[in-house]
Design a protein. Structure first.
Length: 476
């Protein structure tokens, strides 16, 4: 755990000193020659010297610009990693050269990276490793800016807690997070907060006619549920953002079984739901004035005598019939019911759905860019702004009538998979039909939610907490 505080005068007294150094900075010329050969102040370079038991750590920031939020977050994470490597429990961070270049606002990104860089996935071993408490004192902040910086640290701290909530849930092994465990975890997370949590269990889902969610969830003895969260922090405002997140705690593919080498990541198929939880957590902790209602369909996708089969036709909460072409395209089925529910019953004014939905998006955009579809220019532009503030990358993918045709069925109202091409588009368009005419935006995070090899310094192998910060910024 890293604590971040501001410090004014006695900075030199605290002990270890950490300097952020620009490329070609004068600071470099003052370093001993030996250090200068390996340290030029390029981004993420680091070196240190020890003088009288005090460690002076130098971390390069290169020619960083304030727009480069990812770059600044990476520097923050690098600091966290160096503190751990050198086992420094207390230090003063001289932000001077970074603030000079990037202004005070960039501290939020630095703090985000610092706190995220500290994240360690839970290990399931008998060895106990104690978590170290470390404190970083931010020096070089003008007295009149100190309050602003302190509240920015506190806000970021809660946002990052939300990211860690998402990471922990996604990293949890499938047998530790069955649908029932997931529901309990959500109830615990929001206990005693302003967020109202309502759980629809299997029986209630049957009474409501949530046929698509049940059709997938019935494949497992671990029963499906739908969790609805309501955070109404701005009651006078009629705008309500609807969030829907895919919560498949294990996706084997069903009878259209996944090959063995694609099975390892199947526990992470609830990252959409986890991202929504992380964002709502940040909103309530920071007491944001906003209204959000979330619907999270939670289930498993397995093989059993009650699983779906290709060729089946099912109904859905919204009334549309669906031809099952592929049992591995289960996410859009459960999202369809949750989207219909939130549109019809919760009276949301805009809707965002988020899911680890298609392998196609990974092929197209890799592990650092989320795929987006939207039917509304205004919502897309607010989203784009939020993503920029969050330092997360997305690409809006176009769609036309010809793509909508690809999910038309000859025997039902719609089918759950298109042809072999444009899988990300057809998956999104399937869901769009359930959003009716509302402003709608769809995020496919199948590539970004999980990294076997971290792309950025502030990630660790496994769950990334992708989209939590973007959703937070969009909803706040
Ligand atoms: N959960 C998967 C998508 C996925 C793939 C997530 C890779 C993470 C990494 C989803 O349920 C799925 O299996 N989609 C199929 C749809 C296809 C059968 C139409 C896919 O993308 O292959
Ligand atoms: Zn699937
Ligand atoms: Zn899935």
């Amino acid at each position: 755990m890293i604590h971040i505080k501001t410090i004014q005068k006695e900075a030199e007294m605290v002990g270890h000193q950490l300097n952020l150094v620009q490329e070609e900075s004068e600071v470099i010329h003052k370093l001993p020659t030996l250090l200068r050969t390996n340290f030029k102040g390029k981004a993420l370079e680091s070196t240190y010297i020890i003088v009288n038991e005090t460690l002076h750590l130098y971390i390069g920031v290169g020619k960083i610009e304030k727009e480069d939020k990812i770059g600044i977050k990476e520097i923050g994470a690098k600091i966290a990693k160096e503190l751990e490597r050198l086992n420094i429990d207390q230090c003063v961070l001289h932000t001077g050269e970074l603030i000079e270049r990037c202004e005070i606002g960039c501290l939020a990104d630095l703090v985000e990276g610092l706190l995220l860089g500290d994240y360690m996935p839970k290990k399931y071993t008998n060895q106990v490793k104690e978590e170290k408490e470390r404190t970083v004192y931010l020096a070089g902040i003008e007295v009149e800016k100190e309050e602003e910086v302190q509240s920015l640290i506190e806000e970021m701290h809660h946002v990052v807690e939300g990211v860690k909530v998402a990471r922990d849930l996604v990293n949890a092994p499938g047998n530790h997070l069955r649908p029932g465990d997931f529901v309990k975890a959500i109830q615990n997370l929001f206990e005693g907060t302003q967020v109202e949590v309502q759980v629809f269990d299997k029986e209630m889902l049957q009474n409501m006619g949530m046929e698509a969610l049940l059709a997938v969830g019935d494949s497992s003895v671990y029963k499906p549920s739908m969790v609805v969260l309501r955070y109404l922090g701005d009651k006078g405002n009629a705008d309500v953002m609807g969030l829907v997140g895919k919560g498949v705690t294990c996706d084997t593919g069903g009878y259209c079984l996944k090959p063995a080498n694609s099975m390892l990541g199947i526990k992470g198929d609830m990252a959409g739901a986890a991202a929504v939880l992380g964002a709502v957590y940040g909103l309530v902790k920071n007491q944001r004035r906003t209204n959000v209602v979330a619907a999270l369909p939670i289930c498993e996708n397995r093989i059993s005598e009650s699983s779906l089969l290709p060729g089946d036709v099912i109904s859905s909460y919204g009334g549309k019939t669906i031809e099952i072409v592929n049992t591995d395209a289960e996410g859009r089925l459960i999202l369809a019911d949750a989207v219909s529910y939130i549109v019809k019953e919760e009276k949301v004014t805009r809707i965002l759905d988020i899911a680890t939905l298609t392998g196609a998006v990974v092929g197209m955009l890799g592990f650092s860019i989320g795929g987006v579809l939207s039917n509304d220019e205004k919502l897309w532009s607010s989203f784009e702004k939020a993503a920029t503030q969050a330092g997360e990358r997305y690409l809006r993918i176009p769609y036309y009538k010809e793509h909508e045709k690809m999910v038309e069925s000859t025997i039902a109202d719609i089918k759950n998979a298109g042809a072999s091409c444009c899988g990300t588009i057809t998956a999104g368009l399937f869901i769009k039909t359930f959003a009716e005419e509302l402003p709608w935006i769809h995020l496919d995070i199948a590539g970004t939610a999980w990294v076997d090899a971290p792309v950025f310094e502030y990630q660790s192998k496994g769950a990334t907490g992708a989209s939590v910060t973007t959703l937070y910024k969009l909803c706040q």
